[in-house]
Design a protein around this ligand. Structure first.
Ligand SMILES: [Zn+2]
Ligand SMILES: [Zn+2]
Length: 200
């Protein structure tokens, strides 16, 4: 009663004057603006690999194939499942008709647009706005991690005490230095000092 700033934000639980901080709402708006674009970029991540390190991803994908995660996010129930679910929930509450789109991309576009247009109301009224914020953030994060992983294989250079630079990935099972024949296990390899970048 003596402090009208003390109501927790419905998204982040920190004290807020509004039901949801303007900043928290803006992060959700950013996610809704990004997701249609991320959906399209994931299609590029699915193009057959030019590295020739696996079977081309077409036809029926199995788990663990390159592009499997990108496929999951682009499939019905992926990004569409998240934003479509919330958009349909919104329409039900407001008694609006849900358009009968056929393509997943059209549903993603429509869902993000209608959620964005009604975000102030969702932030003012929706009891599960925190879950909406979390699902949007994790979907954007997931899509971005697939896209950046496609572009830049996460290999790091570590320095063997002998002076040789070993290229390892964060999930390396182990590596053997070709110069001095020392064998490193996973955690030993990742504990080696990072190699300094030198002009080759
Ligand atoms: Zn907040
Ligand atoms: Zn070595």
């Amino acid at each position: 009663m003596f402090d009208d700033d003390s109501t927790p934000c419905a998204v982040c639980d920190k004290p807020a004057r509004a039901r949801v901080h303007a900043g928290c709402r803006e992060r959700m708006a950013d996610a809704l603006r990004e997701l249609p674009q991320l959906y399209r970029e994931l299609a590029v991540a699915l193009l057959p690999s030019r590295r020739g390190d696996g079977p081309a991803v077409s036809g029926t994908p199995g788990r663990g194939l390159p592009g499997g995660e990108a496929l999951d996010l682009r499939a019905r129930g992926g990004i569409e499942g998240v934003v479509g679910g919330w958009a349909r929930d919104l329409c039900e509450r407001e008694r609006w008709d849900v358009p009968a789109y056929q393509s997943v991309q059209a549903i993603v576009d429509w869902s993000c647009a209608i959620l964005l247009a009604n975000l102030p109301m969702l932030c003012d009224e929706h009891e599960a706005v925190k879950e909406l914020a979390q699902e949007l953030a994790s979907t954007v994060g997931h899509a971005n991690s697939i896209l950046t992983g496609e572009k830049r294989p996460r290999k790091i250079g570590v320095a063997c005490p002998c002076g040789h630079t070993l290229r390892v990935t964060l999930d390396t099972a182990g590596v053997r230095c070709p110069a001095c024949s020392t064998q490193y296990g996973h955690s030993e390899a990742l504990r080696l000092p990072l190699a300094e970048r030198r002009a080759a």
